[in-house]
Write a protein that binds this ligand. Structure first.
Ligand SMILES: *[C@@H]1O[C@H](CO)[C@@H](O)[C@H](O)[C@H]1NC(C)=O
Ligand SMILES: *[C@@H]1O[C@H](CO)[C@@H](O)[C@H](O)[C@H]1NC(C)=O
Length: 322
């Protein structure tokens, strides 16, 4: 008998979904991620306070002639990079570093921010191959990713992705990775409709990712699908075969104990035989379909608001050190 986790690992790359240093050490994932919330929490811990001081000192030395606002912004970017560097010391793969959510509707601003993050990593001796730039899947974010990938060979991880047209636009932009949020879709349907319980065959988050996977594989896109944000193991069992799955330590623990024999749900052959039809995800189509999709519109806005609030809190913490 092999556990569900072992069965999944045969067909899908499993990544521990945690930015917590202790958990990363314990689960040894290939890749890991950072975001303002995790960095904000870690920056308050005694073990990492010195990174905040280091980031501020760096900014003071490099940007002494700049405005206080620019100094704080540089120190915050540096702090992201110093945390990313710590994580890269304990994982073999890539770390995702997020572009400030307040730039979600600013293509050029997002590109400039990504280039400056990559430059800061370079100064620390870290090559861009080990970094994924994480951007919100707004139209502007997707176009920024397209340019970063094609002109600068910088790899992107598209987040806050809830909708099919968003995913198609990402594939047409030839981004490296999308990380659709299964559980947040499920949350929205539980909150806003009368149906309160779902299984692997009817969970709306699972169905959304299945449709995206089938479309990508049927039409030969290379963008990888990394389903994320799971609320229960049913959702994970519904997506076995996805390119990657990022799973919280708690659910990894449950899957390791579970002895059910589970079939592979997503396969390239299955996708090729599916009835997926080709669409053009132009700007007007993508924006209109997002607007039609109340769940995706709500969840994208909410996600950006939350990350923007975290970015402001992090800046405040950094500002206090000046
Ligand atoms: C990509 O971003 C998601 C969040 O959207 C995160 O959970 C995941 O770990 C990131 N993937 C990698 C490989 O860093
Ligand atoms: C898409 O990106 C991959 C990997 O970076 C590259 O090999 C391929 O040529 C790109 N395809 C297009 C159509 O630009």
């Amino acid at each position: 008998m092999s556990s569900v986790l072992d069965q999944i690992k045969k067909v899908t790359t499993v990544v521990a979904d945690t930015g917590d240093f202790q958990a990363i050490k314990q689960f040894q994932p290939t890749d890991a991620t950072t975001n303002p919330s995790l960095i904000l929490a870690a920056s308050k811990m005694d073990a990492y306070k010195h990174l905040v001081d280091e980031a501020v000192a760096y900014s003071k030395s490099r940007a002494s002639d700049k405005s206080r606002e620019e100094q704080i912004s540089l120190a915050t970017d540096k702090l992201f990079v110093l945390f990313g560097k710590q994580i890269l010391e304990i994982i073999p793969g890539r770390v995702s570093t997020e572009v400030d959510a307040r730039l979600s509707f600013d293509k050029e601003g997002s590109i400039a921010k990504a280039l400056s993050l990559i430059e800061l990593y370079k100064e620390e001796g870290i090559a861009k191959e080990r970094i994924l730039i994480k951007l919100a899947s707004t139209w502007e974010g997707i176009q920024a990713a397209k340019e970063l990938e094609s002109k600068h060979d910088i790899h992107c991880n598209m987040t806050l992705l809830f909708n099919f047209e968003q995913a198609v636009a990402c594939a047409e932009a030839n981004v490296t990775l999308i990380s659709p949020f299964v559980g947040r879709i499920y949350d929205w349907f539980c909150k806003n409709t009368d149906k309160k319980s779902y299984d692997r065959n009817d969970d709306p988050g699972v169905l959304s990712v299945k449709r995206i996977y089938n479309y990508y594989k049927k039409f030969g896109y290379t963008t990888q699908v990394m389903a994320a944000s799971f609320r229960n193991t049913e959702e994970i069992k519904g997506l076995i075969g996805s390119d990657l799955l990022t799973i919280s330590p708690a659910l990894l623990g449950e899957l390791a104990k579970d002895q059910e024999t589970v079939p592979v749900v997503l396969t390239v052959d299955g996708a090729k035989a599916s009835d997926a039809k080709k669409i053009e995800a132009t700007e007007s189509v993508t924006r209109f379909q997002m607007n039609e999709d109340a769940m995706a519109t709500d969840k994208l806005s909410e996600g950006i608001r939350k990350f923007a609030a975290d970015a402001r809190s992090l800046e405040k913490l950094v500002a206090e050190k000046f």
